[in-house]
Design a protein around this ligand. Structure first.
Ligand code: PEP
Length: 264
């Protein structure tokens, strides 16, 4: 279902996961700011570990990105909307305070390792929106769920859990990243066609509650996207960008993927 193909600005997001040190920040900021000078019509964001967010924002400014045109994002946030006695947590308002515009919620690595369930992810999604951040909601099935023919059911359930809490209209302010778990970090991406099928299903699912939200929400694909396969994903009518893990650690690769989104 393609309601507004190319009316949605492509969005390409780097997820560093638990990688990087202070020494990487300046070189990375230099690489991406010079790379993005040559790319237009694509929105990008970089999500370093929380410890480095403020320092990375400062590096971007040092390299001429005064208004943080290259978006800054966090990899997670607390579900708590107000400050309080939550040791170890980082609130969405704190992320906004250091310059973040985006936050990833519900990444499969957190769902699996930190046992985050749909209800918790929905609270994080809402806390992010309430703090003025745009959440990037990750959804996706395991290999076993796909083999059992349950991939769509799983992804639909993850999506509805969030829409049920926040209402469909707020989905328009967010992005949703379809990341089949078996494709993350495996070097075995989904085929662009099967990713498109899932994106089509997700857009229909949102349209069932709000046509306007479905038309404007950006649906990203994630899972072993590289400079040499990105273009095939971006050519699909319902794939509006990508969430990139491994390939985003190299600014040149990240810029190459963003450039592929610009010409798709
Ligand atoms: C991810 O972790 O969100 C991801 C897509 O990783 P990779 O690109 O390494 O598969």
């Amino acid at each position: 279902m393609d309601t507004a193909f190319r009316m949605r600005t492509p969005l390409v997001v780097a997820n560093w996961k638990m990688h990087g040190r202070q020494a990487l920040l300046g070189a990375y900021a230099a690489g991406v700011t010079s790379g993005f000078m040559r790319i237009s019509g694509v929105e990008c964001a970089v999500c370093p570990p929380a410890t480095y967010l403020a320092a990375f924002a400062a590096c971007l400014r040092e390299h001429g990105d005064d208004g943080l045109a290259l978006g800054l994002g966090a990899q997670d946030c607390s579900p708590e909307g107000a400050d309080g006695a939550y040791t170890g947590e980082v609130g969405a308002a704190m992320l906004a305070d250091v310059g973040c515009g985006w936050v990833i919620v519900g990444h499969s690595e957190r769902r699996a390792r930190q046992h985050e369930d749909d209800a918790l992810v929905a609270r994080k999604f809402e806390a992010a929106l309430d703090a003025g951040l745009k959440p990037i909601l990750c959804v996706g099935e395991t290999q076993a769920q796909r083999e059992a023919g349950k991939a769509e059911e799983v992804v639909r359930g993850q999506l509805l859990a969030v829409m049920g809490r926040t209402g469909p209209e707020r989905m328009a302010q967010a992005a949703v990243a379809y990341e089949p778990i078996w494709a993350i970090g495996s070097g075995q991406p989904a085929t662009p066609q099967s990713a498109q099928e899932m994106h089509d299903m997700m857009r229909r699912c949102i349209a069932g509650r709000s046509e306007a939200a479905a038309a404007s929400v950006r649906l990203l694909y994630g899972g072993s996207v590289k400079p040499d396969n990105a273009r095939d994903f971006f050519a699909q009518p319902d794939i509006d960008g990508a969430l990139i893990g491994g390939a985003s650690l190299d600014p040149a690769s990240f810029c190459a993927i963003a450039a592929a989104a610009a010409v798709a």
